[in-house]
Design a protein around this ligand. Structure first.
Ligand SMILES: CC(C)=CCC/C(C)=C/COP(=O)(O)OP(=O)(O)O
Length: 283
């Protein structure tokens, strides 16, 4: 890990040297390999070291061309300041990822039978099945087939469309991000396909959020049932982490994505007339 080096006040850049009275510092880049010919040096600016701005001095070739930029109060050129941000963002993201992995590992208490909450695993696997795509697709198609009212058919048809949309969008994001499932997960899931080996986002979480919103909006439910729907959605998401299927961030993003997916279902809402027109055109 490169360490900060004290820089001689009179120097306008160049390789860092030891010893200084007013505390100007030169930092080697935290994210780039040490390459003296091209790597920019970070040079601490400002009269008061505690409030100094980080300034990127330039490589030797650029310093000759613009000596005023090495010590000017106007601050570093735009592209130099942008180079500082990625290292800070990278450190922040790495820290968040480490917290995510650590928390998820600690919460994976039902990951296998001999985990601390191993006895709860069968119940969590039932919750997992209740949030799986196949039971929801089959159940919705059955209700659509058995429905004898236009309103019921309209609601079930749009729920079916939403479930298909959810699978496609989650499959795309999983295939793009390709984040592996947690190491402590046992791949004994109910009916998995292709991109399902990936962890981000949690399809159960997207489905729980989208279907939860859908049921609360389009079904007339008594207050206790509405609370039950909300609890089910939260429990499905929680079960993903308890079973070790996902990290916390997979589920949190899944809830957000499922919440937004419902807005898309509302935007693409298929009325019976639209469907009859579409079927008429196909016939
Ligand atoms: C080609 C297609 C459409 C494949 C379907 C696989 C898929 C996207 C499953 C959704 O995840 P999930 O429902 O298994 O949930 P989780 O990610 O929480 O395991």
């Amino acid at each position: 890990m490169p360490s900060p080096k004290v820089k001689n006040p009179g120097r306008s850049g160049g390789s860092p040297v030891l010893g200084s009275s007013n505390g100007r510092y030169e930092f080697l880049s935290l994210t780039k390999p040490l390459n003296r010919s091209s790597s920019p040096h970070l040079q601490r600016q400002g009269s008061d070291p505690t409030t100094a701005r980080l300034r990127v001095s330039e490589s030797p070739t650029r310093r000759r061309g613009s000596s005023s930029s090495t010590g000017s109060a106007s601050g570093p050129p735009e592209e130099d300041t942008l180079r500082l941000n990625p290292s800070f963002i990278r450190v922040a993201l790495s820290s968040l990822l480490a917290i995510d992995l650590w928390t998820s590992k600690r919460l994976g208490v039902c990951a296998c039978e001999d985990s601390s909450w191993g006895s709860m695993r069968p119940l969590m696997k039932l919750v997992e099945i209740s949030g799986h795509g196949i039971p929801w697709l089959a159940g919705t198609a059955y209700c659509l087939y058995k429905s004898d009212s236009a309103a019921g058919q309209e609601v079930m048809l749009n729920l079916l469309m939403g479930l298909v949309l959810d699978l496609v969008l989650v499959a795309i994001v999983k295939a793009v991000v390709r984040r592996r499932r947690p190491a402590h997960n046992r791949m004994d899931m109910f009916a998995t396909f292709s991109v399902d080996c990936y962890s981000f986002p949690s399809g159960h979480a997207t489905r729980a959020a989208m279907c939860g919103r859908f049921l609360l909006t389009h079904l007339v439910l008594a207050a206790p049932l509405r609370v039950l729907v909300l609890l089910w959605s939260c429990l499905v998401g929680l079960s993903r982490v308890l079973l070790g299927r996902h990290n916390v961030t997979d589920v949190m993003f899944g809830f957000w994505m499922g919440y937004c997916q419902y807005n898309l279902v509302e935007m693409l809402w298929l009325s019976p007339q639209t469907l009859q027109t579409l079927l008429g055109q196909l016939a």
